[in-house]
Ligand binder design. Structure first.
Ligand code: MG
Length: 214
């Protein structure tokens, strides 16, 4: 009798995702999971800006199903807008002993609760440094790190060359209407979209996905 290959579509744990600190809407998380399922057929996935692991659970769950790996790049010291005195500062994530932000403790806790320790490879440094010696082709790159223009541009320039043909490049916090949010990710997204290297794949709320041309 022929072996029947059963594909189990097991959605991410949204109770855990909602309980995890971060900035990702439910619909965006669901979409991220779907695009990661598609992309993981082509290669490992990589995210920039893991924070406490909200998006990591969405992409990581897809990678686990696909038998794939997710590289989760974050220095875990918080981005520009998350520092003390800034708009998105969360005192609960501030480590008074070292006098800096530390989201890594929370990130590890999320990975453990999601059962993703055998799927997610934390890369704890600036994304530019991780990219310096990178050579692995990637099925998905998700850019959601610092939201200053130079930071987003550096993330794009550092990782876009590693997206395989047919692979996906996703951006978070894309707001074509300036009254809805900061414009830096949108500016870089447009550069990528207009580069000739990518076609539009899909978008939901502020999550926009491009697909590398063959
Ligand atoms: Mg974001």
């Amino acid at each position: 009798m022929a072996k029947i290959q059963q594909v189990i579509d097991m959605p991410p744990d949204f109770d855990l995702i909602r309980a995890t600190k971060g900035f990702l809407a439910d619909d965006e998380g669901r979409h991220l999971y779907q695009v990661a399922l598609e992309a993981a057929r082509l290669g490992p996935c990589l995210e920039i800006g893991s924070y406490c692991g909200k998006s990591t659970v969405c992409i990581g769950t897809a990678c686990r199903e696909a038998g794939q790996v997710l590289f989760a790049v974050d220095h875990h010291r918080g981005s520009e807008e998350q520092q003390p005195g800034e708009e998105y500062f969360d005192p609960a994530l501030f480590d008074p002993v070292v006098g800096r932000m530390d989201t890594f403790r929370f990130f590890r806790e999320t990975l453990s609760r999601a059962g993703l320790q055998e799927t997610v490879v934390p890369v704890v440094c600036r994304s530019e440094l991780a990219a310096r010696a990178w050579a692995t082709p990637l099925g998905l790159v998700f850019i959601d790190g610092g939201h200053a223009y130079d930071t987003v541009l550096t993330d794009y320039r550092s990782w876009s060359p590693h997206v395989v043909p047919g692979g996906l490049l996703a951006f978070h916090d894309i707001f074509p209407d300036p009254s809805q949010g900061g414009q830096a990710p949108y500016q870089v997204y447009r550069q990528a979209r207009d580069s000739g290297l990518y076609g539009e794949h899909s978008a939901i709320q502020s999550l926009a996905v491009l697909q590398r041309k063959p």
